[in-house]
Ligand binder design. Sequence first.
Ligand code: SAH
Length: 256
Amino acid sequence: MCDEKGISALDLEIDLHKNSERQGPGSPEDTLRALELIGIAKNKGLKLADIGCGSGGQTITLAQHIDGRITAVDFAAVFLDELNEKSKAFGIHDQISTLERPMEDLPFKEKSFDIIWSEGAIYNMGFETGIKKWREYLKPGGYLSVSEITWITHTRPKEIEDFWRLECPEINTASHNIKILEDNGYALRGYFCLKEDSWITNYYQPLEARFSSFLQRYNNSEPAREIVKAYKAEIDLYRRYKEYFSYGFYIAKKNG
Ligand code: SAH
């Protein structure tokens, strides 16, 4: 049992998401589809940064399909430990170095990466802020590949609009986000949105399966119950409103 005193809501979130393949919607197929859209993906000796990598669902897939090295960044040490264990088990530990750091404050040099990758994480610093800041770290002609929560339709029911506006105030349509990319020195090379399996089979179902052990670890405490309740509501909204939003994957090349 854990002592619930001194445990923040963020610690609880991280605890609920540990020991899982991934911490957000996605799949190896989505990762590889995005990789295919990157013109330089087959080059040798690539340098890639995976920002908000979590326990490395996509990091492992990327390392297995590129010739190069990955710097995998997250502020949660527990996820990075899991990623290091996985990369050792897959025999690809020498390709992946982990960095425990907030994504808003990265120690990277200008023009040092061929590819910047980020799945389900850029919303933490904001899409526009993130793509502007991270552009500095890309070599000329380098690629950005990010997934971001995105409206699929031009209008949508108020219930789902209100939910995502609160969770992710910058949520917008793909055309809006593509314009942000174009206005900030990128050329779009591809866009697609994640299918239902990437949400339900790969993320929500394994998450639901961890609810009861998580509640037990925290003695069914009020804060732990609140988190589970919030995720149950989110899953219910996904099931009812999945025609209106998804994660959009944006693949863009740095101009110049
Ligand atoms: N890319 C992974 C994880 C997505 S969940 C996947 O798709 O499975 C978002 C991740 O971003 C989490 O691992 C969380 O710990 C991390 N994160 C959230 N805010 C962060 C910040 N400010 N700096 C660094 N990492 C952050």
